[in-house]
Design a protein around this ligand. Structure first.
Ligand code: COS
Length: 380
């Protein structure tokens, strides 16, 4: 019987080519990247060479023009091998989507072209006192003649210091609240930009997360990518699309953990037989596979809604991110349980996958925020 929601051939081919690349060029370094807290340069090189580090960039700027479902499949397959490496395509999409949604042609040409060639693009919204309450941000931008002056700092910025370009969401008039906020592109080399030391994280240790400081950074008006006062809407609209990529990442981590646990259950013998022969283990593996399949359907549906710009995207992107990340947390924990003592040590990748999965419940909006977004946008 044909699967009802079978993927078109081009996506199946994309999956198998990314899986082959991830298994050959990314997975062998995943453990070292985690243990040494180092940027996955092998993955960065391999992904850039294959046009996968920012495959979402439209073809007219030299990108692959991958649609939202294609990007989801790329991120899922890279995350199955290495969570930190999957942040390369995910962060590049997050950082550059405000430009794609809000920028003019000249701006797109200027920053998307190098992105397609391997440059990095980060997204700067969160601050030390503005996480879930994103519109409380205090990084300040002031108009001065034809230019803008940026002062303040951003916190928990993925791939900070590595990325060449940064979308920065800044407040121009605090009395207007979210209506005073505007979005800009800042370059790493701009005078007045500096970075804090990488955070010491539980997971995703290969991806640097740093504070970014702006000290009197002078930006010409061609760095502004939103209408003045519409930066918050642009930032939120961006997240509606990119939360689906976090769902994809969670999906990949969970699939990677299930694959390890399933294989192990046939290799490990106790009481004279494979542990797979015990129903207790079968039930765990079956539940893991069932929940992954459900998360995959929701994530792919959300990706298609993102691509088509459907009006229930806001609900579905929050739902996919929330469901897939909660699922990944449970699945990776259960994978450790199947492996027992071996699962708890770093000889196998499942403990790393569990540490990585935890962040997917937190970033791009905590799962509590996702539930707020869902409740405010219940389908009717
Ligand atoms: N798309 C477009 N516009 C949006 C939007 C979206 N998804 N969500 C909100 N807006 C607009 C609203 O329409 C409103 O504009 P109007 O006043 O013209 O109606 C404005 O933005 C303010 O919206 P709201 O009052 O709903 O904002 P809140 O302060 O209540 O915050 C939440 C809304 C909590 C949903 C938002 O702050 C959020 O998503 N927080 C989490 C941020 C996050 O994900 N951080 C992770 C860091 S990025 S890695």
């Amino acid at each position: 019987m044909e699967a009802l929601f079978d993927l078109p051939e081009e996506y199946k081919e994309l999956r198998s080519s990314v899986r082959a690349l991830a298994e050959k060029e990314i997975a062998p370094h995943a453990r070292a990247v985690d243990e040494e807290h180092r940027y996955p340069k092998e993955a960065a090189t391999a992904l850039a060479r294959a046009g996968l580090s920012a495959a979402h960039v439209p073809t007219q700027y030299g990108g692959q023009g991958a649609d939202a479902l294609g990007v989801v499949i790329i991120i899922e397959e890279v995350a199955r091998a290495c969570g930190s490496s999957s942040l390369i395509p995910a962060v590049n999409k997050l950082g550059s989507l405000p430009l794609i949604l809000g920028g003019n042609e000249e701006q797109k040409k200027r920053w998307l072209t190098p992105l397609a060639q391997g440059a990095g693009f980060s997204y700067c919204l969160s601050e030390s006192d503005a996480g879930s309450d994103a519109s409380a941000l205090r990084t300040k931008v002031e108009r001065k003649g034809d230019s803008w002056i940026l002062n303040g700092s951003k916190k928990w910025i993925s791939n900070a210091g590595v990325s060449d370009f940064y979308t920065v969401i800044a407040q121009g008039d605090a009395s207007l609240g979210s209506k005073g906020i505007t979005a800009f592109i800042v370059e790493k080399s701009d005078p007045g930009v500096s970075f804090g030391s990488p955070e010491k994280k539980m997971g995703f240790r290969g991806s640097p997360t740093c504070e970014v400081y702006f000290d009197g950074v002078v930006l010409s008006d061609d760095r502004r990518i939103s209408t003045v006062g519409e930066g918050f809407t642009l930032a939120m609209n961006t997240l509606d699309h990119t939360r689906v990529t976090i769902a994809a990442q969670a999906l990949g981590l969970a699939q990677g953990a299930l694959d390890v646990a399933s294989k192990y259950s046939h290799e490990r013998k106790q009481f004279g037989k494979e542990i797979f022969d015990f129903q207790a283990v079968q039930f765990m593996l079956a539940d893991m596979a069932m929940n992954i399949a459900a998360a995959r359907q929701l994530t792919y549906a959300a990706a298609v809604k993102s691509e088509r710009g459907e009006k229930d995207l806001r609900f579905f992107s929050a739902a996919s991110k929330c469901f897939a990340s909660d699922m990944a947390m449970k699945v990776t924990q259960d994978a450790i349980q199947v492996l027992g003592g071996y699962g708890y040590v770093s000889d196998y990748p499942v403990e790393r996958m569990m540490r990585d999965a935890k962040l997917t419940q937190i970033y791009e909006g905590t799962n509590q925020i996702q539930r707020i977004v869902m409740a405010r946008n219940l389908p009717n």
